[in-house]
Design a protein around this ligand. Structure first.
Ligand SMILES: Nc1ncnc2c1ncn2[C@@H]1O[C@H](COP(=O)(O)OP(=O)(O)OP(=O)(O)O)[C@@H](O)[C@H]1O
Length: 570
């Protein structure tokens, strides 16, 4: 039925920049792409949508020369394209901004952009680097040394990069070391890196997963300027509001298959969700009344520093009772990470007390928090949520492997551990696992890994669950599932401390709501007593700070552009 939205091939042919046809890519036991077609026109923002594990990243890695397809053809700019490595894609005019940025923090913006470009600046040309290949020098000290020794040779690229930054309204000091930039600025450096290489097609893999709403809005303005200048953009995202508001067309994948391509303006969010998951998705969640019990967390006067020693939390008081969800709203970087980590026991506070179910644990090691019934879903699931190289089975029991159901103190009972892990995988619908002992955590798609972590943390039936951005980067079906599980856990008497940058999520799930700004709680309220606007203002420091609250039903890309009068120049 979705075929009815597909554009007649005759129209598509004339404007096509990219045609991927019948792409097949398999991994052991998984067909990640099963005869997928993708056509991208010149000057369009093309959304690539699909559940976690649907095969989006795999398709883009094929297009960027990171994976060789088992079958299928790629035509770019009318020519057949063979991609053996990313450099082939870059040479053809394809750029990619990955979810995890590929920048060297010690080097400046300019140095990062010039490194690996097709026409390196003088200091980075092979003849100026002696015998060693540039690639081996990229990762560390020698590059820094070369960069500073020949910094004069960077003048021309620096000017060009500055011009590009000005052209697209990026407020970036091109001489600044990347380590001094925030996440949004780093992403802009990645975009500049692609623009510096004259790309015609820019792939962005879930670019807003790491951005605040205000930064995301800025990114979309940039994308609209890019397509205005004739570039094409492929945008991978799970956020249907984003798809509706910025894309011109969207291609949907489901379980490796190509479900179809539609003009975005012809479908609403519910239809897109149905295409993605093959069923209706509930956007509203039913939150029953709750009966709260004793406090499970009483954090008093807690202060903490970040990894660089900078003060991030300043004398914060937070209480969570059994059977309630306390939501924490804040713009990323205002101390949420440190608050989540200190109350979960993985970061030492510099001051204050932390009582878990009445027991003082501020100075206790992480395992005592675990033993006291604290579960933790960290913000960065790859870095802190799992051991990527270990199997799904090992990851499933990481916190409870000493439990007597898994053996005695001498022998580990692999049979029961395997059964337990398989049960979690089934219960939480973790896809892409054919064998819990053979599949590694790092091979799971982002959303499926998140489901596995949540499964592990909830299976322990915790007293306190600290969940930091639990639905970040996961698809609508999985979001619905995770939110239902959080509510279910709260209804069973767990106290939940929920950190989220999604205000809708906080308003839908929280019983009480706290706003954190510059390491302090600046507002204590409930979803019923406040508005998204007020919370957004407090998140940004109060006063006349910029407010960014997404519309429930945003205007589509074409309407936005028309309203913008074809986009402004500045
Ligand atoms: N290197 C790999 N080895 C084995 N299996 C893989 C590998 N990369 C991906 N897969 C599997 O291929 C399937 C498609 O994964 P892919 O990462 O492309 O999905 P996705 O749509 O990008 O998901 P997400 O939105 O969660 O990032 C999944 O089942 C995944 O587990």
């Amino acid at each position: 039925m979705w075929m009815s939205y597909i554009q007649p091939s005759v129209t598509v042919m004339t404007d096509d920049l990219l045609r991927m046809e019948s792409i097949v890519k398999t991994f052991p036991g998984v067909i990640a792409n099963d005869h997928v077609d993708l056509t991208v026109r010149r000057g369009e923002i093309h959304g690539l949508l699909g559940e976690n594990g649907a095969g989006k990243s795999t398709l883009m890695k094929v297009l960027y020369g990171l994976y060789a397809p088992d079958e299928g053809t790629i035509r770019f700019d009318g020519e057949p394209l063979r991609l053996d490595r990313p450099q082939d894609a870059i040479d053809a005019g394809i750029g990619m901004v990955h979810q995890h940025f590929k920048l060297i923090p010690r080097l400046s913006v300019t140095e990062n952009i010039v490194l690996g470009s097709r026409e390196p600046a003088a200091p980075f040309r092979q003849e100026n680097l002696g015998d060693g290949p540039l690639a081996t020098l990229r990762s560390s000290g020698p590059v820094q040394a070369v960069a500073s020794r020949f910094s004069l040779g960077l003048d021309r690229p620096k000017r060009r990069i500055s011009d590009l930054a000005d052209q697209y309204g990026f407020d970036i000091d091109v001489s600044a070391p990347v380590r001094e930039l925030d996440v949004g600025q780093r992403q802009r450096v990645e975009i500049l890196k692609a623009l510096y290489r004259d790309v015609d097609l820019l792939i962005l893999d879930e670019p807003t997963a790491v951005l605040t709403p205000v930064e995301a809005e800025r990114l979309f303005e940039t994308l609209e300027r890019l397509v205005d200048d004739g570039l094409s953009v492929i945008l991978i995202t799970h956020k249907l509001k984003e798809v509706k508001s910025v894309t011109d067309r969207v291609t949907v994948l489901r379980e490796g298959e190509d479900i179809g391509t539609v003009e975005t303006a012809t479908v609403d969010r519910s239809e897109l969700a149905r295409m993605m998951v093959g069923r209706d998705v509930l956007f509203e969640i039913d939150k029953p009344d709750t009966t709260v019990g004793e406090p499970v967390l009483e954090a008093t006067g807690v202060s903490a520093i970040d990894d660089r020693g900078v003060d991030k939390l300043s004398s914060v008081d937070v209480r969570v009772d059994a059977g309630e969800i306390v939501g924490i709203a804040g713009v990323s970087g205002n101390g949420q990470k440190q608050l989540a980590e200190t109350v979960a026991g993985v970061r030492d506070p510099t001051a204050g007390t932390i009582e878990i179910s009445g027991q003082e644990l501020a100075d206790a090691p992480p395992e005592e928090f675990v033993a006291q019934g604290v579960s933790f879903v960290p913000e960065d699931r790859h870095e802190h949520g799992c051991a990527g190289d270990l199997s799904v089975m090992h990851n499933a029991v990481m916190k409870d492997f000493r439990d007597e159901q898994f053996g005695d103190s001498v022998l580990f009972d692999y049979g029961s551990v395997g059964d337990f892990a398989s049960e979690l995988v089934d219960d939480f619908d973790v896809r892409g696992v054919s064998d819990v002992t053979a599949n590694c955590a790092k091979d799971l798609s982002g959303g499926n890994l998140q489901k596995l972590i949540l499964a592990r943390e909830l299976a322990r039936d915790p007293e306190l669950l600290v969940a930091n951005q639990p639905t970040r980067g996961i698809d609508v079906g999985a979001i619905e599932f995770v939110r239902e599980r959080l509510l279910e856990q709260r209804n069973r008497g767990t106290g939940v401390l929920l950190f989220s940058e999604d205000l809708d999520e906080l308003f839908d799930l929280s019983d009480r709501l706290l706003v954190i700004y510059e390491g302090e709680i600046v507002l204590r309220t409930t979803p019923e007593e406040t508005t998204r606007e007020q919370v957004s203002v407090e998140m940004n420091g109060g006063g006349d700070a910029q407010v960014a609250v997404a519309d429930a039903d945003p205007a589509d890309a074409a309407t936005r552009r028309a309203a913008d009068g074809g986009r402004s120049e500045q």
